[in-house]
Design a protein around this ligand. Structure first.
Ligand SMILES: [Zn+2]
Length: 96
């Protein structure tokens, strides 16, 4: 049997639980990384594929060979090459 006190406590606890959940969601806020950490991350990304353009040029040549084998129109090949990114560092393979 639910008495008056139990009913009032449970009806107050629900909104407080929602407020508590909203406060805990604030703990998941995005925080900008420090400048030093960003630079370390970018350096590690660049070093992942040797830090040179040699690997990128090889990937680009391999992709061009693959696309030429599919007999796509030249415009479609150029568009795919322009959008290609390195699987290791995420940089674009073509320089703009
Ligand atoms: Zn790369």
């Amino acid at each position: 049997m639910i008495d008056r006190r139990h009913f009032l406590l449970s009806s107050v606890a629900l909104p407080l639980g929602i407020v508590g959940a909203a406060k805990s969601a604030q703990a998941l806020m995005y925080e900008e990384p420090s400048v030093g950490l960003v630079q370390e991350y970018l350096a590690a990304r660049a070093a992942a594929c040797g830090g040179s353009q040699t690997y990128h040029q090889q990937l680009l040549a391999d992709l061009r060979t693959t696309l030429d084998g599919e007999k796509l129109p030249a415009q479609a090949v150029d568009q795919q090459l322009a959008q290609a990114t390195c699987p290791l560092c995420g940089c674009k393979l073509t320089r703009t």
